[in-house]
Design a protein around this ligand. Structure first.
Ligand SMILES: Cc1cc2nc3c(=O)[nH]c(=O)nc-3n(C[C@H](O)[C@H](O)[C@H](O)COP(=O)(O)O)c2cc1C
Length: 403
C-alpha cells in the first residue's frame, strides 16, 4: 500500500486517517490545508446538506451512499448535514441526531468510509431553536401542522428559543429559554461533540447560522432578552462563545473546530459583518479554528436584498479572514472550477464549500482537477474507476475519437 506524500501519489485505497491527494494539477484549489493536527488534502468542502432521510435521528444507508460518493469524488472534507444535539432541536422529523449513543454507530460507518477513501470526515452539529418542528421542504416549506400529523404521522413539537418570537407568520411561537434550558443546550453541544469524536469524525462544525438557535442568540432580530444572554453584543454572543468553550472540553485538541456563522442578516436592524469579525476573534480565543461564512436566514417574512451571483458571499469570508485573522471558508453559488481556484489563490478564503453543484456532480473535485491541470491524469480517481477511464482516454486520444 502506498502512502501519499506531496502530489505524485497513487490512488490506491488508503489506510484510515490518511488522505488522498488529487493529482495532475498544481492549482491552489488542490493544495493541502492543515488545521491543528488534520491535513485536508485539498480546499474543497462538501457543504452540509440535510437529506431529511433519518429515522428517529438515526443515519441510514442513504447517508452512507450520499456522503460516500463525495469522498470517491475527491472532496477534501466531507461534512455530514446538520445533526441535532437534542430531539427538540431537530429542524424536521427526518433530521439526523447525535443526542444519544444509538446514533453513533451508523455515523461511524460514514466517518470510516470517508476516511478510508482519503477525505476528512466532518460533521455539523446544531439546534434549530424556533425553526424546529418544520416540514420537509418538499411537503411545502413551513412549520409542521395538523395535516402532517394526520397524513404522515409527524406531529409538531414544542420549540424553544432565546425569546418567545416566532420565525414568521404561522410559525410556532417558541418558549423563551430558561437558564436551565441554556445549560441543557451547552451540555448537549459538549456531549454531542464527544459522540462525534467517538464516531471517528476529524472535524466538527457548529451550525450557528441560517437563523438556527445560536444565530437566534446573536442576532438582535430574534433575541430581545434582558438577562446575561441578551442585550448588547457581549450578551447576545455569550451563548455562542460558551458553546465553543464547552465543546473544547470534549473535542480533542488535535482536531479542528469550525463555526458556521451568518456573517450578516442583510437587514438594517440586524447582525452585521463588523460584528461577525468581533465574534470571530472571541471564538478564536475559545479554540475555534475556522469560520464558515454564510449569511441570512433569520428574517422570516422580512424581505432581504443581497447581490446574488457566483461567489456572492466571498466578500464576507474575505473580510472576516483579513480582520479577525482566522481561517475562513466561503460558500454559496460556486460552480466554476477556475472561479473557486481564484478565490483560494487570491487568499480571499482558505476553503470553498460547495453544496448544490456537488449534488449535480459528485465528482466535481476530480473534474475540477482535470480542468485546472492535466485531463489525462486519472491518478486521483479511485483506482476502480481511474484505471478504466485512463485506458479509455488513451484509446480515444490515439484514435482521435473525442475532442
Ligand atoms: C439539500 C440542501 C440541504 C442543506 N442543508 C444544510 C445543512 O444541513 N446545514 C447547513 O449549514 N446548510 C445547509 N444547506 C445550505 C448549503 O450548505 C449551502 O450553504 C447552500 O446551499 C449554498 O451553497 P450552494 O450554492 O453551493 O448550494 C443545505 C443546502 C441544500 C441544497
Amino acid at each position: 500500500m502506498l502512502l501519499m506524500v506531496g502530489r505524485s501519489i497513487s490512488s490506491e485505497r488508503n489506510p484510515l486517517g490518511s488522505v488522498r491527494v488529487v493529482t495532475g494539477t498544481s492549482a491552489p484549489l488542490f493544495d493541502p490545508f492543515t488545521l491543528r493536527g488534520v491535513t485536508v488534502p485539498n480546499r474543497i468542502i462538501v457543504s452540509p446538506m440535510s437529506q431529511y432521510a433519518a429515522v428517529g435521528g438515526v443515519a441510514t444507508d442513504w447517508h452512507l451512499v450520499h456522503l460516500g460518493r463525495f469522498a470517491l469524488g475527491g472532496a477534501g472534507m466531507v461534512m455530514v448535514e446538520a445533526t441535532a444535539i437534542e430531539e427538540r432541536g431537530r429542524r424536521t422529523p427526518g433530521d439526523l441526531g447525535l443526542w444519544n449513543d444509538e446514533h453513533v454507530e451508523p455515523l461511524a460507518r460514514v466517518a470510516s468510509f470517508v476516511s478510508a477513501n482519503g477525505s476528512v470526515p466532518a460533521i455539523q452539529i446544531g439546534h434549530a431553536g424556533r425553526k424546529a418542528s418544520e416540514r420537509r421542504p418538499w411537503h411545502r416549506e413551513g412549520p409542521l401542522t395538523d395535516e402532517d400529523a394526520t397524513e404522515r404521522g409527524e406531529p409538531a413539537w414544542p420549540t424553544v428559543a432565546p425569546s418567545a418570537l416566532a420565525y414568521g407568520e404561522g410559525w410556532h411561537v417558541p418558549a423563551e429559554m430558561t437558564a436551565a434550558d441554556i445549560e441543557q443546550m451547552l451540555a448537549g453541544f459538549a456531549a454531542t461533540a464527544a459522540r462525534a469524536r467517538d464516531a471517528g469524525f476529524k472535524a466538527l462544525e457548529v451550525y450557528a447560522g441560517h437563523g438556527f438557535l445560536l444565530h437566534q442568540f446573536y442576532s438582535p432580530i430574534a433575541n430581545v432578552r434582558t438577562d446575561a444572554y441578551g442585550g448588547g453584543f457581549e450578551g447576545r454572543t455569550r451563548a455562542v462563545v460558551e458553546t465553543a468553550q464547552r465543546i473544547r472540553t470534549e473535542w480533542p485538541d488535535e482536531l479542528p473546530l469550525i463555526f458556521r456563522l451568518s456573517a450578516t442578516d442583510w437587514l438594517d436592524d440586524g447582525w452585521t459583518v463588523e460584528e461577525t469579525v468581533e465574534l470571530a476573534k472571541l471564538l478564536k480565543d475559545a479554540g475555534v479554528d475556522m469560520i464558515d461564512c454564510t449569511s441570512g436566514g433569520i428574517g422570516g417574512d422580512r424581505r432581504v436584498s443581497f447581490p446574488l451571483g457566483q461567489g456572492y458571499q466571498v466578500p464576507l469570508a474575505e473580510q472576516v479572514r483579513r480582520e479577525a485573522d482566522i481561517a475562513c471558508a466561503t460558500v454559496g453559488m460556486i460552480w466554476d472550477a477556475s472561479y473557486a481556484n481564484d478565490v483560494v489563490a487570491e487568499g480571499r478564503a482558505d476553503m470553498v464549500a460547495i453544496a448544490r453543484e456537488l449534488l449535480d456532480d459528485p465528482n466535481w473535485p476530480l473534474h475540477a482537477a482535470a480542468q485546472l491541470g492535466d485531463p489525462a491524469d486519472f491518478s486521483g480517481w479511485p483506482v476502480e474507476a481511474g484505471w478504466w477511464l485512463s485506458k479509455r482516454h488513451r484509446a480515444t486520444t490515439k484514435l482521435n475519437l473525442r475532442p
